[in-house]
Each structure stands twice: as C-alpha cells, then as structure tokens.
Write a protein that binds this ligand. Sequence first.
Ligand code: 2P0
Length: 325
Amino acid sequence: MKATAKAHTNIALIKYWGKREEKIILPTNNSLSLTLDGFYTTTTVDFQEELSADIFTLNDQSISGVQYDQVTKFLDLIRKSAGKDNLFAHVKSINEVPTAAGFASSASGFAALAAAGSKAIGLGLSDQELSRLTRQGSGSACRSVYGGFAEWEMGKKADGSDSYAVPIAPADHWDVRVAAVVLTAKMKKVSSREGMKRTVDTSAFYSGWLDGIPQDLKQLKEGIKHRDFEKVGQTAEANCLKMHATTLGANPPFTYWLDTTMAVMQTVQAMRANGILAYFTIDAGPNVKVLYLPENEKSVEKTLRDIPGVTDVRLSKPGQGITYL
Ligand code: 2P0
C-alpha cells in the first residue's frame, strides 16, 4: 500500500480569486493555468497497518502543527473514500519549489499527495476524480493534475461533483516560457486564503472582476489554440491587474505589491515598447512572473536581472501533469 507521485506547480493566467464554499473549496469563477516544469513536489505515501497516527516528513524534516494537520485532514478524505478510516500513513515529501521563488508549494504539494495517497490505498481514480479530490486540499492544486494548459471549471452543484480541472492543451502544444522574478523576501501580511475571502466579502470591485471572466476566458482559449502570444499575454496581464484591483477596493484595503513589484511591471511594459514581447502576471504575493517566447530568453533574463531589488530569476518551460514513479 505504497505509491510515489510527482506533481508540478502551475501559474494561473486567469486567476482563481474567491470561494463560494470554503469547506470543500468551490470557487466563484473558472480559472486557467499553465503547469511549469521547473517547480515540483515528489511524495511517497505508505499506508501501514501498524501505525497509530500519520507521520509526515517534508524535505527529510519531521513536520507537526498546521502543515501536519492539513496533510492528515486531506488523508482523512482518502481514507473515507476507501472505507479504511483507521489506516495511517507515512508521508514523505520532497519539495523542489523554493519558497523564495514566490510560488505556493500547495499546488504541487496537494496534487502529489492526492495522487500518491489515492493510488497507495487502491482507489483507482480517473484524472477527473483525482482533480476533484485534489481541489479539496487547495483550489489551485486541482489544475496541477494536468500538464500544459488546464482550466478549473467552477461547476454549479453544491456537492462540488462538477468542480474540477480539464486539460486545454498539453505541454508540447506550445513552448511558452515563464520567468519567476524573485524580489527581496518578506513574509506576506495577508495570506491568499484570507485575501480572497476579504475581497469576496467586502470589495467594491468584486462584481466587476466576475463580470470580466467569461470574455477573458474566451480570449485566452483562442490565444492558446492559435498560439497567439500577444493575445495570451495581453489577456493574462489584464486579468492579473483586475484581480489585484479588487484588493484595493476591499475593507480594509490591501495590496500584495512592493515598490519593486511595480518596477518589474514597468520594465516588462518597457520591453514591449522596445519590441520584445513579454507580459507579467502576479499571484497573491509581491513576486512577478514574466511570460515570454524562447527566442527572447536571453534578453528577457538579462533585463529582469538588472532591475534593482531583483534577487533571482528562475526560468521554466511548460511542464507535465501527474506522473507515478
Ligand atoms: C491562482 N491563487 O489561481 C490564484 C491566483 C492566488 C492568486 O490559487 O484556499 O492556495 O488553498 O484554495 O489555491 C492561491 O490560493 O487557495 C491561488 P486555497 P490557494 O493560482
């Protein structure tokens, strides 16, 4: 009753920003992401009759507290589905998602845990069932079941049975690159969970955010299909700016941006003015991700590294979905 799975993180081009149901994680809008090969988690789940509680190690360190509780709570879902409530596991995760790179490790982490855990206990899930399960650990993780471009369909049902990700185009459809621009690390004051909740509950701009989603999704999908980089980049950048605008309309208002975040955004726009196609997107934190095409890799990387306040630039290609090792 042992399995090992590898999952990559993903970057949303149309953002997930708000829940309509918090316990089983149901979103207020569809989102669409690109899975990245550079950042991943490998997890082994080993269910053993003789254990009386779960054991969790992350990068060979024994974990307790909130992170441990999240893992056992998620394993409870798997145990319940398998009808094996009293079977505990040794969970061993290796994270290749440096926190300094500004990616949440929760996407690759929950996708790898869901895949390894469900396989180890013998659930035999389809990709769709696996995505639905993964969603309940962390919303964005349900998209990491697939490689390349994936869309999380929000669904309509109260039980979440129609809320899961679907593949839009595989990793080899189009070699779009992403540079993760790392800024001076500071702990964020508002977690993504808290930020999206405050925004849904109080932001004056929240309905405007939701109104724009169908058009953004349509444009992004057309752009991906026809490998139209300008269309994809413009749509992703505008969608990111609308998401961040909702935080300024919240009560109390907040922003994830630092002065250096703005500096990177302005540099990307200046690159475009100089004929190098590049676009930015930003998640619930200060770091910026820059989309570009392979032929511009050298100039994009150099330009980003030269910005004062940038401490590192990590490059990534489209990545694969879940694999079992
Ligand atoms: C996303 N983010 O689509 C968006 C864009 C942040 C900004 O998904 O509460 O860690 O675990 O479902 O997935 C970050 O939130 O939130 C996120 P939970 P999650 O990638």
